[in-house]
Design a protein around this ligand. Structure first.
Ligand code: PLP
Length: 382
C-alpha cells in the first residue's frame, strides 16, 4: 500500500478551467471558458523554431535563459519603458509566467508571511502562497469596475506583510491599473520591506488607447518588484509555456537559486526562435489593436442577447452579467449554459477563495470570428 501523503494543499481540487473544458468536450460546447486563442500563431515564428531544431540548437542553454534572448528582452524593455535592464543580472527566462510568479514567491516567503492579493484572482496565486506556508490576505476588487480599494489595502497591511501581488491587465476582469493606482501603491510601500509580484502577462493586450503601466516604469516600485511576463500570451502560443521574470540583481539572485534546482533551463529551440522574432516590434505593438477588434466584434454580436457587458480594457476576457436572465448562482448557470446551450464560460465566483456571487461570467473572446459568431447564435436563445 502506498504511504499517505500529508497534503500541503488539502483544499485544492481540479481547477475550474479543467472542469469547464471537460464539460465543454462532453457536451460538444463552444469553449469560451479557457483563455487560449483558437487560431494559428505566426507561421514565421513556427519556421524559426523548425530552423533552430534542424540546425542542432537542441541542447541545454544557459540556466538564466539564452543570452541573446535576454539581451533582446532588455532592448525591448528599454524601447517600451525607457528602462535599463541588465540582461545578465536582472532577467531569467522561465517556463511561463505562472512559474515565474511561483518562483518569486518561493524565493521570498518565510512561514507565516502574509501576501496581499486582489480577488477575483488568477487561480495559481493562493496555492502558490500556501505551499510556501505563507498566508494569503485577500482584498476584494470593487464591483462592478473592479478597481482597487486602496483604503482596504491599507487596512490589511501588517508587520507580516511580505508582498503584494498585482495583475494588470487583469484576469478575469480586464481592469487595468491607472496613474492613481500607481501613486497609491508608491505611498503604501514607501519605506517598507514589502515586495511586489507584478503579473504583467497581458502587457500588450490593452485596449482603448490606454497605456500599460508596468512596474518597470517606476524606479521606486521596480526596486522591490518581480515582474512576470509570458511569451505565450504575446505570440498566441500559450502551449509553449515560456516567459520571463525581471527583478533587481539582489532579488533575482534569490529567484535563480530556486529556479536552478527546479527546472534549471527552458526549452532551447523556442528561445533561439524568439530571440530573432522579438526584434520585429510590429507584432507586439499591434497586438492590442488586433485583440481589441475581437473584443468589439464580440460585444457587437452580444448586443442581440440578454447578457449585459461589464467594462474590459485589456486581457483575453470580457465579463457579462446574466442578471436579466437567471437567478441561479454562477457555477450552476455556467454549467447549464454549457450543457443546454452549448457555450462554456467560467463563473467569476471561481476566482474567489470564498465564492462571491455577482451573476457574472467570464468569456474569452480571443477566438476566430466564426467561433464567436457561432457562440452568439447559441446565446441569443436565452
Ligand atoms: C493572470 C495570468 N497570469 C499568468 C498566466 C499564465 O501564463 P503562462 O501560461 O505563461 O504561465 C495566465 C494565463 O492564463 C494569466 O491569466
Amino acid at each position: 500500500m502506498s504511504p499517505a501523503v500529508q497534503s500541503k494543499l488539502p483544499d485544492v481540487g481540479t481547477t475550474i478551467f479543467t472542469v469547464m473544458s471537460v464539460l465543454a468536450t462532453q457536451h460538444k460546447a463552444i469553449n469560451l471558458g479557457q483563455g487560449f486563442p483558437d487560431f494559428h500563431m505566426n507561421g514565421e515564428l513556427v519556421s524559426l523554431v523548425g530552423k533552430a531544431i534542424k540546425s542542432g540548437m537542441n541542447q541545454y542553454v544557459h540556466m538564466n535563459g539564452l543570452p541573446v534572448l535576454r539581451e533582446r528582452i532588455s532592448e525591448k524593455v528599454a524601447f517600451l519603458y525607457g528602462t535599463s535592464i541588465n540582461p545578465n543580472t536582472d532577467i531569467t527566462v522561465t517556463p511561463g509566467g505562472t512559474y515565474a510568479i511561483y518562483t518569486a514567491l518561493t524565493a521570498i516567503l518565510q512561514p507565516g508571511d502574509e501576501v496581499i492579493l486582489f480577488e477575483p484572482a488568477y487561480d495559481s496565486y493562493i496555492p502558490n502562497i500556501l505551499v510556501n506556508k505563507g498566508i494569503p490576505v485577500t482584498v476584494p476588487l470593487l464591483f462592478s469596475d473592479y478597481k482597487i480599494d486602496w483604503e482596504a489595502v491599507k487596512a490589511r497591511i501588517s508587520v507580516k506583510t511580505k508582498a503584494i501581488i498585482l495583475n494588470s491587465p487583469h484576469n478575469p476582469t480586464g481592469a487595468v491599473l491607472d496613474v492613481n493606482d500607481i501613486i497609491q501603491l508608491q505611498q503604501i510601500v514607501k519605506n517598507t520591506g514589502i515586495f511586489i509580484i507584478s503579473d504583467e502577462v497581458y502587457e500588450h493586450l490593452i485596449f482603448d488607447e490606454l497605456k500599460h503601466l508596468s512596474m518597470l516604469l517606476y524606479p521606486d516600485l521596480m526596486e522591490r518588484s518581480f515582474v512576470c511576463f509570458s511569451f505565450g500570451k504575446v505570440y498566441h502560443c500559450t502551449g509553449w509555456k515560456l516567459g520571463y521574470c525581471i527583478a533587481p540583481p539582489a532579488l533575482m539572485q534569490e529567484f535563480r537559486k530556486v529556479h536552478q534546482f527546479n527546472c534549471f533551463t527552458c526549452n532551447s529551440p523556442m528561445q533561439y526562435a524568439l530571440a530573432e522574432f522579438i526584434q520585429q516590434k510590429e507584432h507586439y505593438l499591434t497586438l492590442g489593436l488586433v485583440i481589441q477588434e475581437k473584443r468589439d466584434q464580440f460585444q457587437q454580436g452580444m448586443k442581440a442577447t440578454r447578457f449585459s457587458p461589464l467594462q474590459t480594457h485589456g486581457s483575453y476576457f470580457q465579463l457579462y452579467s446574466y442578471a436579466a436572465i437567471s437567478d441561479e448562482n454562477e457555477y450552476d448557470f455556467a454549467t447549464r449554459l454549457t450543457k443546454e446551450y452549448g457555450v462554456a464560460t467560467i463563473p467569476v465566483s471561481a476566482f474567489y477563495a470564498s465564492p462571491v456571487e455577482n451573476k457574472v461570467l467570464r468569456f474569452c473572446f480571443v477566438k476566430k470570428p466564426e467561433t464567436l459568431e457561432a457562440a452568439i447564435q447559441k446565446l441569443v436563445k436565452l
